[in-house]
Design a protein around this ligand. Structure first.
Ligand code: NAP
Length: 511
């Protein structure tokens, strides 16, 4: 299927989607079903899946129930567990790519390096690695928020002669069997990798800086009987999904406003800790001293039991340095180790831009977002016409499935595209006053929440603004993204003729 040609005779596509994870695939499916869109997905890796392709560390799994952590339009009655492991979620995404015949619309091995808005043509010029170029009318950044591993600034990290592995860049060929291992960090990734590797290593030293609040996950395999029922009566699966949604939504008051509900949640957390950890010193080390919800609340059935095993030790004052064959805590505790697992999280875009993005009048997103990332409904940014985000600023869920948010954005973006399609040679630029009013309101909504109650977390910018999470019930976010309103945008007319919608549906033939 041919693309329209621009003035330079190069193909122009309607929509360039960057990233083939949940967001990119979900949007592609919607555009395909809608028809009339010449889109293409650009994916830096050689397979679909996003974080669920990359995070292959032992124990990697989701802490949101499987029926809820999947597309509402593509239910999977055969989930093997209540909470799916990474392999199963990745398999699900590959299945979606095949089922909806998306692979022929994906350019694998294309890494976006820069995006420039050409005002005369009303087009985005995208520069990929290897000098490859592509022009598109609309660009959707579906690159996810947790895709750049954060390596801690620990003195001696480069001098350590053993193996260093970040959970997000796991070397599956390296065996930990019989090794002396240190784990740095006690966040969502750490509490999964620790119980998974503990049985095979000689010793495991956990370097904790801040103890997390942990609640039981109550994971279990789903019986074949249940799977058969879900396959036979899809309404039953929809019901299970709705109940899971309601349950997760109903716990928000515990996590969001620093209140009596929070104190109640903390009591449950302490009771769970007491029931699992007999050793009073260890229990004291593992007791958080900040409000529940301020950092992500973790669900696990096997983390605390793993910490009680004979070959596990917790050192609770962080890491001071690495030496050639050892790791040293801030209080000077030194342990010789063969391998160090960095479960230290991601460079989260609370501020700054993921790559050079130039908008109207040459303005740079990196500068506009230097202090804090901001977008309208997490999707559109004033000064960057037809550039849209999936999982943009302030759209992270504090308590429920990210897929619920992604589907809300997909709906909004598909309506945006429909409106754009009816406006040949036009672009929509978010009105600055709409952008400002929305973001001021969002920041006001954070007042009194646990997220700004004083702990250190990746949710916050350096000056303490929360630019990552959605500050409320997820249904509220669904409501505000239900309708795309052209009144929020200014219509820009391109002087050249290139910015026209293609009447075709499908993708251009870029390999
Ligand atoms: P994280 O939550 O940012 O945790 C990083 C851990 O490393 C924290 O315990 C942190 O301590 C510690 N740390 C960082 N730098 C350190 C240093 N220099 N010295 C000592 N300790 C250091 O990262 P994550 O566990 O990878 O999780 C990130 C996000 O990924 C989660 O919040 C979640 O959204 C997502 N995730 C989800 C799942 C799931 O089940 N759905 C699973 C894994 C990850 P401090 O707390 O003191 O900063």
């Amino acid at each position: 299927m041919g693309a329209k040609l621009n003035e330079q005779g190069r193909g122009v596509i309607d929509v360039a989607i960057i990233g083939a994870g949940f967001g990119g695939l979900g949007l592609a499916i919607r555009l395909q079903q809608q028809g009339g869109c010449n889109y293409r997905i650009f994916e830096r890796a050689s397979e679909v899946g996003g974080v669920w392709r990359d995070n292959i560390y032992p124990g990697a799994a989701c802490d949101v129930p499987s029926h809820l952590y999947s597309f509402s339009f593509a239910p999977n009655p055969r989930w093997g567990r209540l909470y799916s492991p990474q392999q199963e979620i990745h398999r699900y995404l590959r299945h979606c790519a095949d089922k909806y015949d998306l692979r022929r619309h994906i350019s694998f091995g294309w890494t976006l390096e820069a995006a420039d808005y050409d005002e005369a043509q009303g087009l985005w010029s995208l520069s990929f690695d290897g000098g490859r170029q592509q022009q598109a009318r609309m660009v959707v950044m579906a690159i996810g928020a947790l895709n750049i591993p954060k390596y801690p600034d620990i003195p001696g990290l480069d001098e350590f002669r053993g193996k260093v592995m970040h959970t997000a860049e796991w070397d599956a060929a390296y065996s930990l069997r019989g090794k002396r291992v240190a784990v740095v960090g006690t966040g969502a990734s750490a509490i999964q990798v620790i119980p998974a590797v503990q049985p095979e290593v000689e010793s495991l030293t956990v370097f904790q800086r801040t103890p997390p609040w942990v609640l039981p996950k109550r994971d279990r395999p789903l019986q074949s009987r249940e799977q058969r029922r879900f396959a036979r009566w899809p309404w039953l699966q929809r019901l299970a999904r709705s109940l899971q949604y309601l349950r997760m939504e109903s716990v928000l008051p515990v996590f969001i406003w620093d209140s009596l509900f929070t104190r109640f949640g903390e009591r449950l957390g302490r009771r769970y800790l007491r029931s699992m950890i007999r050793d009073t010193t260890l229990r004291r080390q593992l007791t958080p001293d900040y409000s529940m919800g301020c950092k992500r609340v973790l669900l696990s059935d096997d983390y605390y039991p793993a910490l009680c095993r004979d070959n596990v030790e917790v050192i609770a004052d962080g890491v001071a340095a690495l030496e050639a064959n050892a790791i040293v805590s801030r209080s000077g505790e030194r342990r010789e180790v063969d391998a160090v697992i960095l479960a230290t999280g991601f460079k989260v875009p609370a501020a700054g831009a993921p790559l050079p993005i130039k908008g109207l009048g040459g303005r740079q997103l990196a500068q506009d977002w230097a202090d804090a990332a901001e977008a309208y409904k997490g999707v559109a940014i004033s000064g960057y016409p037809n550039l849209l985000y999936i999982m943009g600023p302030n759209t992270g869920p504090g308590n429920t499935s990210v897929i619920f948010y992604i589907e809300s954005q997909i709906r909004y973006i598909s309506q945006y595209w429909q409106a754009l399609q009816q406006t040949p040679s036009g672009s929509f630029d978010l009105r600055p006053e709409v952008h400002r009013a929305y973001n001021d309101k969002i920041q006001r909504m954070f007042k009194g929440t646990t997220w700004v109650s004083g702990c250190n977390s990746w949710y916050l910018t350096k000056d303490g603004r929360n630019t990552t999470l959605w500050p409320g019930f997820s249904w509220r976010y669904r409501m505000i993204t239900r309708r795309f309103s052209l009144a929020d945008y200014e219509l820009l007319r391109a002087s050249g003729a290139a910015a026209q919608s293609s009447p075709e549906c499908g993708s251009t033939a870029i390999s």
